[in-house]
Each structure stands twice: as C-alpha cells, then as structure tokens.
Design a protein around this ligand. Structure first.
Ligand code: F6P
Length: 520
C-alpha cells in the first residue's frame, strides 16, 4: 500500500501545474468523472483527479469491499468497543436476516419500527393525547449529539412534508436553550421525548429534569402522560418514571451519529408520518444496495471517499466545505461534522499504532447563497484551498417561486465555475481583483429533496466516511476523544460552584476561575 501512496504523491507532483480547466477540455471528462444513482448525480470533473490518479486511488480502496461486507454481515468491526456496526439493519428492506452473535436482529428492528409507527399514528390522530384529552400540538426532543443532530437536520430538511405536531429541540446545557424553547410552548399540549442512548449524558439529563419540572408544575402527576423516551437503557428510563410502552430502544450496534434511522428518528416520524419515514429508510437502503453492489469505479460513496483522500492526503487541503444550495439542508454541515469528525478524527490506527498520514479533515459549511455573503471571499481568494462540496436540487417545492429556484441553481453553478476558471486581473495594478481559479469542487445534483433523496444523501456520506476510515486503517465507530472533556467538566463543576475549591488546576484555568468568581 505504501507504494501506492508514494506513486500518488509523485503523480501529484508531476501534474500539479495542469489546471483543472485544461483537464475539462476533454469533452468526455464530465461523463467519465461523474457517477449517478437513479435521479442523483455526483460530478467530480471539477477536481484535479485524472484517469491515472483515479486508477491509483482505486488501488487504495482494494480492502474496502471485504471490510464493507464484514460491516453488513454484523462482524464486530468496532474493535475498541467490541461491537458490530449495523445502522444499515435499521433500514434493511431486503427481507434478508442480519445476524449478530448468531441471532437475527431483524425481527426486533421491525418490531420497534412497528411500535414507532403505531405511537406516531396515535399521536398524530389524537388517539394518544395530552392529560386533558386534547391532541398534542408540539413535541420537544431533548438530546444532544447523535440524539439531536439527526432529528434537527432531517425535520428541517423535510419541512414540506410536515403534517404532524410542531417539533422543537433542546440540546445545549446552556439555560438559554431550555428557557427559550419552553417560553413559546404550552405544557398542556406538549409531548416530551427524552432521547439518550446511554440515558446518562449530563446535558440531556439536566435539561430533562428542568422540562419535567415545567410539565409537573402544570400537570402534577399527570405529567407522565406527556413523556416518552428513546434509549437503550430501559432500567434508567423506568427509574425516571417513563412508561415502558413509550420507550423505544436500540442496540449497541447503532452508534449515536448513525442512529437517525431508528427510534432517534421518532420526532421526524411524528412530523412527517410513518409512510414518509419509510421512504426515508428506502432511500438509504437504495444507497446501501448501490454501495454493496456497484463496481468501485462507479460506486458513489467510494468515489466521494477517494476524492476526499486525494484532496486531504495527496493535495494537502485540510478542510472541506459542505455547501448545500438547498436552504432546508441548513443543518447538514453540522450533521456531517459529527458524522465525519467524530468518526474519523483519530490519530491512531485500529491496532493502536500512530497514523503516519492525516486522517479526517475539518468539515464545515453553510447553506448557499448565505455562505456566499460570508466566507466565500476566502474560498475564492484566500491562501488556503478549500475543496467545496455543493449540493443542489433540480426542483424546489414552491412552483410559484420558480424564479427563486432558478437563481439558486444559477448561483450554485456560477460558484463552482468561478472556483474553476478564476479571473485574470483587469489591469496589472488590480491584483486584488484577481481570482486564481483552479480550485476544486464537486456537485451532488438530485431531483428534489424528498424523504427518499434525503435518506440517500445521508447514507452516501455515512459510507464515504466508512471508506475513508477503512483506507486510513482507523476505527470510525468509536469516539474516545469526547471522554476527557466530559470527565474534567465533572471535576470542574465544584470549582465553578464554589471559589474555595479552585486548587489543583493548571495556572491558566485557575486564573480564569478566579476571574469568573470575581465577575459572577
Ligand atoms: O458526544 C459524544 C456522544 O457520545 C455522541 O457520540 C452521542 O451521539 C452523544 O454523546 C449523545 O449520547 P447519548 O445519546 O448517550 O446521550
């Protein structure tokens, strides 16, 4: 494998003077450097990857198929936690069994999905109702990380499909979040879902207690009729007083950031209805099937991963921007931050040895066109080169506002073209008006942001992260890097609460604590 890495580096050195616009003089390039799945097209012709580079990159992916099959088979590929990785089972529509420890997990998956359906239908139709027998009008989901970002991102993305109760989210431990959300709501008409895989996360449990107090003040003992939970820890949910028929669990083989396909997606199912949620799962299943069966050189997740590796490891660009020209994907960059950076932000290989090359890049972004008026200056003229990943729909949902959509698409295409072509200065003295161009981008074009399309997009990126992690030799499914800060926060709390305890800390943190107590 080391040979391939050095061949790639040498190839880049040899070809780095060739501009992407010169590569595009080949009229076949768009066809050769794009891939599609039904009504979704990935164009990567505006990158510096040429046929020789792709040939070498594909060799890097030679171990991916075996690892992919091991994942789908239920092997314990999350070695540091000794767990299988089977979020794909939550959206398995094939009818085939999926085994973990020789037990087919599909009956339990279907059973939970059926319970979610029934619960959602009952809430949406008012058969399960508030303590005063009126239907619930609002839902609050309390969770953080994977128990928040998926429901937040997907409910916003699928707003045109909302015909259920309004959804609200509390994630941050900052009292501002709980306070601002509760301010606009009536406890008599609000269902609260406490979403925590572990049911121990301090932000979620603290926010849950505040919201239960708010419910209890209005409803007394009846407040339990306004509670549901999404968790694997059924003993803890029972101890919290949540009726077991309103607890929806999932197994340890579903990581938090991969959990939107099951009970964590309950707010989405409540908002858009079970049938639309089924379409969301169907879209992801179609991407899973494509990932499992398409040849590597036509396989969208594999190609997207190889493009990422080319930019990160071979060209040395340490970040990538996620730029959805689809306003309802406004939280997609944040969602992909957790998906990608919590999965691939690692510096040791699966066997614990230090990595010899960079792993996960920094993921960031914003929806277009808003981002254009904020940070595109740097993207076009800054010293850093930022590979840009555009996403755009052919159809919006507002036919009477077609002109807006035309402008949106025009902006998206114009940005990738400007990055590609750049512009020479008008006069020798106006170098500040020069656009260097030759800046890489990809574009994911899809027909419309339906539940099915959204399922496909998320699954595409999940598998991209998996392929990159596999090539880097890391475990993309643990997240030990979030532990230390959590532990230190527990130790630091007494020192924040009481100035007498500000000992045994580094001098900077002690200085900050002292200043904090002086200002408090
Ligand atoms: O931030 C770390 C993390 O463990 C994430 O992986 C997870 O999505 C989040 O915390 C929330 O965890 P839980 O669902 O157990 O509350």
């Amino acid at each position: 494998m080391e040979d391939i890495w050095s061949d790639l580096a040498a190839h880049r050195k040899r070809t780095s003077d060739i501009r992407i616009s010169d590569l595009l003089k080949d009229t076949n390039r768009f066809n050769e450097f794009s891939a599609s799945l039904n009504d979704m097209l990935l164009d990567y012709s505006k990158t510096s990857i040429d046929a020789a580079a792709m040939h070498m990159l594909l060799k890097l992916a030679s171990g991916v198929e075996a690892k992919r099959d091991a994942m789908f088979r239920g092997d314990k590929i999350n070695v540091s936690e000794d767990r299988a990785v089977l979020h794909t089972a939550l959206r398995n529509r094939s009818g085939n069994p999926v085994f973990v420890n020789n037990v087919d997990v599909m009956p339990a998956v279907q059973d939970t999905l059926q319970r979610m359906r029934q619960f959602s239908q009952d809430i949406r139709q008012g058969d399960i109702c508030a303590a005063d027998k009126r239907p619930f009008t609002d839902i609050i989901n309390i969770g953080v990380g994977g128990s928040d970002l998926g429901p937040v991102m997907t409910t916003l993305a699928l707003a045109p499909y909302h015909d259920g109760p309004r959804t609200h989210f509390i994630s941050n431990i900052d009292s501002a979040h709980v306070s601002d959300v509760l301010k606009g709501l009536d406890p008599q008409r609000t269902l609260v879902i406490i979403a925590s895989k572990s049911f121990t996360t301090i932000e979620t449990m603290t926010n849950a207690k505040a919201v239960v107090k708010w419910l209890t003040e209005a409803l007394g003992d009846q407040h339990t009729k306004h509670l549901a939970a999404v968790s694997s820890a059924t003993e803890a949910t029972a101890a919290f007083g949540i009726d077991p028929t309103r607890v929806f669990g999932f197994e340890d083989w579903v990581g938090g950031r991969y959990s939107v396909w099951g009970p964590v997606g309950l707010p989405l199912m409540l908002a858009i209805g079970p049938d639309n949620f089924d379409d969301f799962l169907q879209g992801a299943f179609e991407m899973d099937t494509h990932f499992r069966t398409a040849p590597l050189d036509e396989n969208m997740p594999v190609l997207l991963a190889l493009i990422g590796i080319w930019h990160n490891n071979i060209c040395g660009y340490p970040t990538r921007a996620i730029l959805p020209y689809d306003h309802r994907l406004g939280r997609l960059p944040a969602y992909f931050q957790q998906l990608d950076m919590e999965s691939n932000g690692k510096s040791v290989a699966q066997d614990g040895t230090p990595l010899t090359r960079d792993s996960g890049p920094v993921i960031w972004g914003e929806s277009g066109t808003n981002g254009q008026h904020a940070f595109y200056q740097l993207i076009h003229q800054g010293t850093a080169i930022i590979p840009c990943e555009f996403l755009v729909a052919a159809q919006g949902f507002e036919p009477d506002l077609q002109h807006h959509h035309d402008l949106l698409v025009a902006n998206c295409l114009a940005q990738s073209e400007a990055l590609l072509l750049g512009r020479k200065p008008l006069t020798p003295k106006s170098s500040h008006r020069e656009f260097p161009g030759n800046r890489p981008s990809t574009t994911l074009l899809y027909r419309q942001l339906t539940p099915r399309t959204l399922g496909k997009i998320i699954a595409l990126y999940e598998h991209r992260v998996f392929v990159e992690g596999t090539i880097w030799g890391i475990n993309s499914f643990d997240q030990w890097g979030v532990e230390l800060g959590k532990q230190l926060a527990v130790n630091t709390l007494p020192k924040v609460e009481n100035s007498k305890h500000t000992d045994n800390m580094d001098t900077s943190t002690t200085g900050l604590l002292n200043a904090y107590h002086a200002l408090k």
